[in-house]
Design a protein around this ligand. Structure first.
Ligand code: NAD
Length: 282
């Protein structure tokens, strides 16, 4: 087998950032600067890495970020008050809540308080409803990044057997839905799947979003498979994907590395969501 196509996030991210920068410039010229509010609770390696990437992307597209940081021990109420303030602030066009929220916070309650018109990551019930019915130009960012990655590398989706490992509401489920919208035949695997290896071996496209380091190995995949690894796991100070890259890349036709794969595209999808929200509110 020849070497696989290495699907890097950088090139599609740069291309979209250029487009978005021009779009935001035009929006700002017509209706004033575009600003996004971020809200986070405490500090963790995962949130810190993501926040840094968000800051970098939004700086590049010319959007100002305003950040609020709450202590990890924060209750629901101060978060809800901050969201209410951001909802009512006409100078803010989007709000991003860094997840996961601490376990003692009622995440569904807090998220549902956000105005759908400012919901940049598609977490509110109305946005999710629109997304699931195929009527939204705002999509969960990581799932959208998966599709963007495949499209950029001219990977055909229609008619393919796709297996998504993971069924979380932020990654697995929306990725499966977007693949279905694109006419793939999709199987969603999860912790109760009886024979993950058999499902994976049937796949022509694998999207790994389980949060388990190197769960998918070369024994589990068929020759010529396309693999998008969403996993971002911190192991002994290193970021490791859900796919055993070295082994699987010997069989794959195309594969994303971790890091430098889907990650750089995710924050760009957030910026695209913000652009669509800000344009709609013009
Ligand atoms: P999650 O823990 O909410 O969900 C994990 C899902 O994987 C669950 O549905 C679970 O059933 C399934 N799963 C876990 N172990 C499994 C196993 N052994 N076999 C089959 N299924 C299994 O995680 P999440 O928020 O969906 O994130 C998934 C991964 O993606 C994590 O590594 C996370 O850090 C990463 N992530 C990356 C980005 C990015 O931009 N690259 C964004 C969000 C999340």
């Amino acid at each position: 087998m020849t070497r696989p196509t290495l699907m890097l996030g950088r090139a599609p991210a740069d291309r979209l950032i250029d487009e978005l920068r021009r779009g935001f410039e035009e929006l700002s010229a017509n209706s004033g600067p575009v600003t996004m509010q971020t809200i986070k609770c405490g500090e963790s390696a995962a949130v810190a890495g993501y926040e840094k990437a968000v800051r970098r992307t939004f700086r590049r597209v010319g959007v100002t970020l305003r950040g609020s940081t709450f202590p990890y021990e924060v209750d629901d109420e101060p978060l809800i008050e901050e969201i209410d303030r951001a909802n009512d602030d006409p100078s803010t066009q989007g709000v991003l809540l860094f997840e996961p929220l601490p376990p003692h916070v009622n995440a569904e309650l807090v998220k549902s308080r956000l105005s759908p018109d400012k919901d940049v990551d598609c977490v509110t019930p109305r946005r999710l409803g629109d997304f699931y019915s195929g009527q939204s130009d705002v999509a969960p960012a990581t799932a959208a990044a998966v599709i963007q990655m495949l499209d950029h590398h001219a990977i055909a989706i229609e008619g393919k057997r796709a297996v998504v490992v993971g069924r979380s509401s932020v990654v697995g489920r929306p990725a499966a839905l977007l693949l279905t919208f694109r006419n793939a035949t999709v199987t969603v695997c999860h912790t109760r799947t009886l024979a993950l290896d058999e499902e994976l071996r049937r796949a022509e496209i694998i999207v790994a979003a389980a949060g388990v380091p190197e769960l998918v190995t070369s024994d589990h995949v068929s020759e010529g498979v396309v693999v998008v690894d969403v996993g971002t796991n911190y192991v002994e100070g290193r970021v490791v994907g859900d796919v055993h890259f070295e082994g699987v890349s010997k069989k794959a036709k195309a594969i994303t590395p971790v890091p430098r794969g889907v990650g750089p595209l995710t924050t760009v999808m957030l910026a695209r969501n913000l652009f669509n929200l800000a344009s709609a509110g013009e």
